[in-house]
Design a protein around this ligand. Structure first.
Ligand SMILES: Cc1cc2nc3c(=O)[nH]c(=O)nc-3n(C[C@H](O)[C@H](O)[C@H](O)COP(=O)(O)OP(=O)(O)OC[C@H]3O[C@@H](n4cnc5c(N)ncnc54)[C@H](O)[C@@H]3O)c2cc1C
Length: 343
């Protein structure tokens, strides 16, 4: 006897968690299969939502659409599960040189930045040698991804909607009335495997440009705000611990930890606080060559869909795109061709 559901989801990272929640609250039945990888990007992520990135302090494209959708989702999740995963935080960003200071002046005169840039502090407290000061970045937030995953996992297990097992793609049977896989029958199938989509025979050729990242868990001697200077230090909710990150590696995708020393040196050079090292972790971001996610129908497998490619901004992007994918699946609302073109 198979368990019958509307949607079978492969992967319980941020993509699978958020999509399954969205489908269930729209009245659909779901089964999620996950191989419980402790080093998945979603478990390692710092959970930062940051509106302004890069040397030029560019505002993230479509931030004014992504951010409200993210807030809406995390608040709904918190309310449903009586927990707290979304934390709005104020970010102090060091201006590193004259070139960046010049960009800052342009941004401060651009109304598009009114909501995300606050005061320019000429003598910020927490940085060493802040020659060009620091800027307050508003609408920054952190998501407690470990708590989000754990809460979703406990809930889905309790309602028999999650099985902690790897998917053997060779065992998938596709028939006219749906899919049969590992004791589950589903009308439709959604792949959310993050970088491990490279093992999926229908998605292996997607143009990913995977990026390994390392972050460090620290204990703080005294509380600090969210600081960024190219790298970042993000305090945890208890204000005694923080995360420091992160590195980007496009060639070495092994799980080896090699950047602890350089991240700590960067902290010492720019912030100079005393911290205790608790541990280091690495994961692989599902970044894509064209910086656009892969969302939509998998052409080679009717009634199967892909929800992947959220790179280094999963916390911000996934809630918005989960709404869009659900609108497409349940109401036929079109998906932008840039999302579907590689599928
Ligand atoms: C060091 C680091 C720091 C980061 N910091 C941030 C940050 O601050 N803010 C932010 O927004 N993003 C951050 N990210 C990126 C973020 O982690 C990703 O965008 C997001 O987690 C991707 O989620 P996902 O569900 O697509 O993939 P994953 O998290 O990789 O999840 C995929 C899931 O699929 C499962 N799976 C795969 N194959 C199979 C199979 N065959 N059978 C069963 N299950 C399978 C895996 O076990 C896993 O649970 C960071 C990433 C890294 C590595």
């Amino acid at each position: 006897m198979s368990t019958e559901v509307d949607f079978l989801i492969v992967g319980h990272g941020l993509a699978g968690v958020i999509l399954s929640f969205e489908l269930m609250r729209r009245g659909k039945s779901v089964m999620v299969l996950d191989q419980n990888d402790p080093n998945s990007a979603s478990r390692v992520a710092a959970g930062i939502i940051n509106p302004v990135t890069g040397h030029r302090l560019n505002i993230t494209d479509k931030f004014s659409e992504f951010y409200p959708a993210a807030k809406r989702f995390y608040r709904a999740f918190e309310q449903h599960h009586k927990t707290s995963v979304f934390r709005q935080v104020s970010q102090s960003r060091l201006i590193k040189n004259q070139g960046q200071y010049d960009f800052l002046q342009k941004r401060l005169n651009d109304p598009a930045y009114d909501k995300v840039l606050g005061n320019h502090d000429k003598e910020p407290d927490h940085f060493l040698n802040p020659q060009f000061g620091a800027i307050e970045v508003k609408q920054s937030a952190t998501i407690n991804t470990e708590l989000l995953l754990e809460t979703s996992q406990q809930h889905l297990l309790s309602v028999d909607s999650l099985r902690l097992q790897g998917v053997d793609y060779a065992a998938l049977i596709a028939q006219a009335d749906g899919f049969y896989l590992q004791g589950v029958k589903a009308k439709r199938l959604i792949f959310c495997e993050g970088y491990q989509a490279m093992n999926n025979p229908w998605l292996a050729k997607l143009p990913f440009k995977l990026a390994k990242g390392e972050i460090i868990d620290l204990k703080l001697d005294s509380p600090l705000p969210y600081l960024s200077w190219g790298h970042w230090l993000v305090p945890q909710a208890d204000s005694q611990h923080a995360r420091l990150g992160s590195s980007y590696d496009w060639n070495d995708l092994s799980s080896d930890i090699v950047h602890t020393e350089s991240l700590l040196q960067s902290l010492e050079k720019h912030v100079g606080v005393s911290v205790s090292l608790m541990g280091s972790r690495s994961g692989i971001r599902p970044t894509t060559k064209h910086r656009v996610p892969f969302i939509g129908q998998v052409r080679a497998l009717p009634n199967a869909y892909c929800f992947n490619g959220f790179g280094s901004k999963g916390c911000l992007l996934i809630p918005y795109y989960a709404e869009h994918l659900c609108d497409f699946l349940l109401h036929g609302s079109p998906l932008a061709s840039e999302l579907t073109q590689w599928l």
